[in-house]
Write a protein that binds this ligand. Sequence first.
Ligand SMILES: [Zn+2]
Length: 451
Amino acid sequence: MKRTQRRALGLAATLSVAALVTATVTASAGTESVSQDGEGYYQVSLEGNRSLSQLKATGADITRATSGGAEVATDSRGAQELRDRGYQVTYRSSLYAPVPKQATRAAAGTYYGGYHTVAAHEAHNAKVAADHPTLAKVHDIGDSYLKTTGKGGHDIQAVCITESADKACSLSTAGKPKMVLMGQIHAREVSTGELAYRWIDELTTSADPEIVQLRKTRELWVIPIANPDGVDKVASRPDRPISQRKNMNYTSADEAKCGGTSAFRQAGVDLNRNSDLAWDPNEGTACGQTFPGVKAASEPETQAVQGFLAKVYPDKKDDDYKAAVKPGASGVFLTLHAYGNYVIHPYSFTNTTKAPDAAALKTLGKKMTAFNKYRLGTAGETVGYTAPGGTDDWAYGRLGVAGYTFEVGGSSGTCGGFFPAYSCMDGFWEKNRGAFIAAAQGAADPYGQKG
Ligand SMILES: [Zn+2]
């Protein structure tokens, strides 16, 4: 296609978005399928000598590399800023799925059609432990940023499930091999906390022989909400959740400085860029979605999660991240994210250094993707960008734990993106239940799996 034709198409798309946005404002306050500020997914074409890293340097929230460019989550202002810099930007779809009006305020403790609030997760954790005292135990593994500063906030909770939990689940490396599943370190990735919630219910109530066996032979830890302050922010606008990805540490820049809060510009620290393995100060600016913080592991949430993982997993790795894991390594760690339908294994911080145990990580990963049918690979092989300072790289690179990122859900449609309709949860659960079980089964000998 000629450049002028493409320009014309881009302009047409821009105009049609403007028309849609106006229509929503004037005619339809109910369905909110296109938000007033144009928050949505946009295609940015990279032509000539423009690169992904140049686009990243603008602070754009790149959600994935696409053929001919990248997809970014932004709003009308962000799209215009990119156009002013000479990028060709085309609106693709809204951030939000239509939410039935009666469902938005249906059950107490839920938002956006059924997703559980932080308070509801905490009540659920407490009830599970009370209902199953020999099977489940709740630990407080540290404080959220707001709690450390006396501005509300939360304890970060980890639920441990195993037979004789009253005697086990002691936050130590002793005992059964460990599987840890973590949700919502990125607050707006709302399906992930919900999958953790269902996994807790499955592990504590199912009579499926595979689950019974796991309760006998594994310690199954679940951190449903790793970023509770961020999730409070997301859920504070129940019909059209706020696109808060990061934590609520506004020291480096607050909302006024960032010009509001949206997928375009947002205050806080990206907790999945803050771990102290391959932490990169150049990963993002204070209002960008991948701001890594002022130093490695600066955030209380990061310290809580790293501290917890170091307590429960035996350390089977030299500090040199290029070294292979030592014999006897055990444990699997899953961090749930959205979106793209990927299972990602280390390393994610680089495209050039291969994890020394990459082949074994792929073998175990395939046992998971046999169930969810997601694409398996490193970040470079899947999402197409690198992610230094991520939790899964840290678990593998520092402790020798087989760490994986799940990117739940597709990239478009009602069940795609950061805010899938709540009705999509049954499908996500059906796909991933078997993958979680496979991960737990692999925890005894993650690097010794047969293909
Ligand atoms: Zn994420």
